[in-house]
Design a protein around this ligand. Sequence first.
Ligand code: ADP
Length: 140
Amino acid sequence: MATERTLSIIKPDATNRNLTGKINAKFEDAGLRIVAQKRIKLSMEQAGKFYEVHAARPFYGELCEFMASAPVVVQVLEGEGAIAKNREVMGATNPKDAAAGTIRAEFALSVGENSVHGSDAPETAAQEIAFFFSGLELVG
Ligand code: ADP
């Protein structure tokens, strides 16, 4: 399997509860390398643009307000099959369905406030990494 990069976001519910280190440990224990990382506060406009693909969904407004409500940690994870591996470590969208030991099973508060975002395919990973990071910030 090829080495990939994927975009991860530690969401406001997790930064509010001081869970950044515990979540990063889950990534690193799974063999994912954090090759770029920064803590930022999204505006409503930036959150809306990032989640544009969900604009027609009933929870879009709520999702954007949540993502802009407190700082997030955006990061690039690298490793063998990193996109799928990260989705595995994250667990299902709804923490009620997430497998034991996954980030969402352990930390998520609800289907909306579910602690982490992870890209779902190579094309979206490339787009999402470029949304937050310049080439100069990706040092490997
Ligand atoms: P994932 O983040 O697992 O890829 P989706 O792409 O389906 O999931 O949804 C994006 C985000 O939108 C979710 O992580 C969650 O924060 C929010 N979301 C999804 N479904 C709901 C819902 N039914 N109610 C509220 N928020 C939701």
